[in-house]
Design a protein around this ligand. Structure first.
Ligand SMILES: [Zn+2]
Ligand SMILES: [Zn+2]
Length: 396
């Protein structure tokens, strides 16, 4: 049997355990920074495989180090990252492994990511003797609130790491396909709140007031020109005001209006420019019309930007795993969603790729974060194979 045939059979052998583990995690979802049961299972499994395990990293994160048995001087370390958290959603799927916790659900596939990374750790630990280098397994908490990755990096999770890889299962991308693309694949995301402060008064006497509702309307329109007039058509960017709150009655001009929005961009430079310009436009329009505007950005996330060399390596092994016809490198790999894998990718060169998990016949066709979200579990062995091959290729 060749090494690759051996890998395929190593993966096949583990599929029943992967399905059982993923369903167990699915039944017991835990929200951001509450992944106590999940991280306990992860740590126990990694220890059983003989890895050096660190727990409590960034509260509930786990790091497992697999030290290669054939490391030459200067041997490298690759990190494989998975996220563990669920979402505050009431699951509506009619499946026998439905969430047992009302109001919490694995509606993004992180149960699958945790399972996949554990299977890779299992397979690679059996090959420890032949590894020229180390593999560090990073299980992060709190991806959904963009809160787990950055503190893990600060706690040293990326110290001594030369490259990082990770995947996201995607429910509207066909099972059997793998998407790997150089450059930014997940957008940056920034929430903002702008408070326009005018002067209240009688709706019939606008000349005695400063109307924050009319001013907000101008601000919203002016913000859209940042996309149409100040952003290159080749640089996807989104500004959405999702909430506008003001006023109490038809005959009153209120004192204030509050605009809540989100901004997405595909480069750090453009993100910074947009944050500056949103601030300038909102405060400038308000001031020109006699009001003030205070604007705050929070919970920001960097874009996930893939390194060219790491991406080529993952592309090559993805082609070996699923065939060139099933590997995408185009815009279908990009999303205006965000992911805090960005912080690992910022720390070291890496590649974040997507694995198709859509299969309408199995009911896996709802969007991420939907109460009927599900994945085709046949995506898991594909994810395992690409990550394992990538780690082996990186350490060659
Ligand atoms: Zn999500
Ligand atoms: Zn996710």
């Amino acid at each position: 049997m060749t090494t690759i045939d051996q890998l395929k059979s190593d993966i096949d052998e583990r599929v029943p355990d992967m399905v059982a583990l993923r369903r167990d995690l699915h039944e017991h979802p835990e929200l951001a920074f509450e992944e106590v049961r999940t991280s306990g299972i992860v740590a126990q499994r990694l220890r059983a495989l003989g890895l050096e395990v660190q727990t409590g990293v960034a509260k509930t994160g786990v790091v497992g180090l697999l030290k290669g048995g054939a490391s030459q001087p200067g041997a490298k370390t690759i990190a494989i990252r998975a996220d563990m958290d669920a979402l505050p959603i009431f699951e509506m799927n009619d499946i026998d492994y439905r969430s047992k916790v009302d109001g919490k659900m694995h509606a993004c596939g992180h149960d699958g990511h945790t399972t996949i990374a554990l299977a890779v750790a299992d397979i690679l630990s059996k090959r420890r003797a032949e590894l020229n280098g180390n593999v560090k397994f990073i299980f992060q908490p709190a991806e959904e609130v963009i809160g787990g990755a950055e503190p893990m990096v600060k706690a040293g999770a990326m110290d001594g790491v030369d490259g990082v890889i990770g995947l996201h299962l995607i429910s509207d991308y066909a099972v059997g396909r793998v998407g790997v693309r150089v450059g930014t694949v997940f957008a940056s995301a920034d929430k903002f709140v702008a408070t326009v402060r005018g002067k209240g008064g009688h709706a019939a006497m606008p000349e005695t007031a400063v109307d924050p509702i009319v001013i907000s309307a101008y601000i919203i329109t002016a913000l859209q020109t940042l996309i149409s007039r100040e952003t290159s058509p080749f640089s996807p960017t989104v500004i959405t005001i999702g909430k506008l709150q003001s006023g109490t009655a038809f005959n009153i001009i209120p004192e204030t209006a509050e605009l809540h929005g989100t901004m997405r961009a595909f480069s750090r430079e453009h993100r910074e420019k947009m944050i500056r310009r949103i601030t300038e436009v909102a405060t400038g329009v308000a001031s020109a019309m006699g009001a003030t505007c205070e604007i705050n950005f929070f919970d920001g996330c960097l874009p996930c930007t893939n390194d060219a060399t790491m991406t080529k390596l993952v592309q090559k092994v993805a082609v070996e795993a699923v065939g060139a016809d099933n590997v995408d490198e185009g815009e279908e790999v990009m999303t205006t969603g965000s992911d805090d894998m960005a912080y690992f990718l910022q720390a070291v060169p890496g590649c974040y790729f997507i694995v198709g998990a859509n299969n309408a016949e199995k009911g896996a066709s709802y969007p991420h974060h939907h109460p009927r979200f599900n994945v085709d579990e046949d995506a898991m062995p594909i994810g395992v194979e690409v990550l394992t091959r990538a780690a082996l290729a990186f350490l060659k």
